[in-house]
Design a protein around this ligand. Structure first.
Ligand SMILES: [Zn+2]
Length: 188
């Protein structure tokens, strides 16, 4: 087994029970991708450096996300994000009962197309293009920031006033047309 899968397995086994149960189905889903060329990219890079694996909880307001895994190495510009989502709902409302041939009593269901959302993963490769720190002293930055409060704010205000003038002009033009039409209607 590839080192990435070994490490991910250990990572999952070291989590709290709830997180462990959440991540296991995603491990199995990722394992199905083992021979995919896209996955090989990740696996090859993973071998080269000491990559870290980190799990992040989902945003609470996204019902289709179970969070994401970050695969990164501090000094390496290439990192990966594995999004852990829920696939589309499959099947119909569960109507299984204990007499069914495939019934699994632990689960109270036969587990085939009973309103299930299976784990779905997306792998995003990220390449950090460059690192750049502001060149200059802090006071240089203060001077530049000052422009935002004075010049740039004034520019924005001027643009807004200009837009207002142009919008009034358009309305006058439209009203002039309507006035002309109404007058010519009067003469007929
Ligand atoms: Zn069922």
């Amino acid at each position: 087994m590839h080192k990435f899968y070994d490490d991910l397995k250990s990572y999952i086994l070291n989590q709290e029970q709830e997180t462990k149960e959440l991540l296991i189905p995603y491990y199995e889903t990722l394992l199905q991708l083992e021979s995919y060329s896209e996955m090989k990219d990740l696996l090859n890079h993973y071998n080269e450096k000491e990559y870290q694996i980190d799990y992040n909880d989902a945003d609470t307001d996204d019902p289709y996300s179970n969070g994401w895994l970050e695969i990164y190495e501090m000094h390496n510009p290439i990192s990966y994000t594995i999004e852990l989502d829920l696939g589309n709902m499959q099947g119909n409302y569960c109507q299984c009962n204990p007499e069914d041939e495939d019934y699994i009593s632990d689960k109270g269901c036969c587990g085939i197309l009973c309103d299930a959302s299976l784990p779905k993963v997306s792998i995003v490769k990220e390449v950090k293009m460059l690192n750049h720190e502001f060149q200059g002293y802090e006071r240089d930055l203060w001077e530049l920031e000052e422009k935002w409060l004075t010049d740039y704010e004034k520019e924005l205000l001027y643009k807004k006033k200009l837009e207002k003038v142009s919008s009034i002009e358009k309305r006058i033009e439209q009203l002039q047309k309507e006035l002309n039409a109404a007058k010519s209607d009067l003469e007929n």
